[in-house]
Design a protein around this ligand. Structure first.
Ligand SMILES: [Zn+2]
Length: 352
């Protein structure tokens, strides 16, 4: 397969340029790709006024595209494991686990933290299969999981998410579009836009890839207020999104009580594989959730204690971080994330 690659520079910073992959230009031969390249590129640029084209567009073979590395962890299940850190200019925002499931069509599970990461995930898929990408499933609203979504929309996929996600994203989108370029670098962020959700999931439902079925299950407020799990029935692989963190400190942006409830209710049937939102793929449910259960329980207990002692929020946050310190081992970005979690837990538990 051949792919259309456009050199584009930031209109506001003309020296900041990057290559953009435009899936709408995919073609079976170089000649087909080149025939359509001009109109596809100008149409795309018209919809991305923050960028200007620079030099001629190119048509390149799949193997020449920069691609994420992904492992096939079960038949037809491919997982890219993100960097074990908070987003930074060093990692370009590429911290979330991203997966794809190959049936008669392909479903992608989470899209990455920028347009560039979405493109590199798309290239990784195209290295393995030419099948149509029919769906992009977003496990929850966080930017490290959703900002690459527009690439898949342009590739023809339907974007599927929990029914609560669009409103949650809309409330935060403006702030993310301002802050993310500073966090991950303007070049890494170039061309990134928020994509619209096409299918809103309100209740458990099946999603068909032809010969393969995925079960989508919305979850009451836990890690966020828009969490949804995905179960591949054929292999028993459960994609939890950020309902399961391993190695990177869990971040609370929904309900601490709800999250502990979710952990306390093992899935039925038990999954054969658990793909967390951050950290390695696991085979055992209890092992997968034990570190996070311990962390969140300690957060709840330390927050209750600070509230019980009558500490105001400003003094409660450092007190909670200090009380949590014995639970720090094995968690990346412990202090900064725990301080934010302490504020969220305090606000939730204050009226308990
Ligand atoms: Zn998250």
């Amino acid at each position: 397969m051949f792919h259309l690659v456009l050199a584009a520079c930031l209109a506001a910073q003309p020296a900041t340029c990057q290559s953009r992959l435009l899936p709408a230009g995919d073609a079976p031969t170089r000649q087909d790709c080149e025939l359509r390249a001009g109109p596809v590129a100008s149409d795309w640029l018209a919809r991305h006024p923050d960028l200007t084209g620079s030099g001629p567009v190119r048509c390149v073979e799949t193997g020449e595209l920069p691609a994420l590395t992904a492992q096939e962890v079960a038949p037809g299940i491919h997982v890219h494991q993100g960097a074990m850190a908070q987003v930074s200019t060093q990692n370009g925002g590429r911290i979330a686990n991203l997966s794809f499931v190959i049936g008669d069509t392909v479903a992608v599970i989470d899209a990455g933290g920028s347009r560039a990461e979405g493109e590199a995930l798309y290239a990784a898929i195209r290295q393995v299969t030419d099948k149509p990408v029919s769906h992009l499933i977003l496990t929850h609203m966080h930017p490290d999981h959703i900002l690459g979504a527009e690439v898949f929309s342009e590739a023809g996929a339907s974007i599927v998410a929990d029914a609560r996600l669009p409103e949650a994203v809309a409330r935060r989108a403006q702030s993310w579009m301002m802050s993310t370029p500073r966090q991950i670098g303007a070049a890494a962020f170039a061309g990134t836009r928020i994509a619209a959700v096409d299918q809103r999931v309100e209740a458990p439902q099946m999603l068909s890839l032809g010969d393969r079925e995925l079960q989508l299950t919305p979850v009451p407020s836990a890690h966020t207020g828009s969490d949804m799990t995905v179960l591949d029935q054929e292999t028993g692989t459960l994609f939890t999104g950020d309902l399961v963190f391993l190695g990177l400190t869990p971040s609370l942006d929904g309900s601490l009580a709800g999250w502990l409830d979710w952990i306390a209710t093992p899935p039925d049937p038990m999954p054969a594989l658990i793909v967390p939102g951050h950290g390695p793929v696991m085979e055992d449910w209890d092992e997968a959730v034990a570190p996070e259960r311990q962390y969140l329980t300690a957060l709840r207990d330390a927050s209750r204690k600070a509230i019980g002692a009558g500490l105001p929020l400003s003094r409660a946050i450092p007190a909670i971080v200090v009380a949590m310190q014995p639970a720090a081992e094995g968690w990346a970005d412990f202090r900064a994330t725990t301080a934010r979690n302490a504020a969220a837990a305090y606000a939730e538990l204050e009226w308990e």
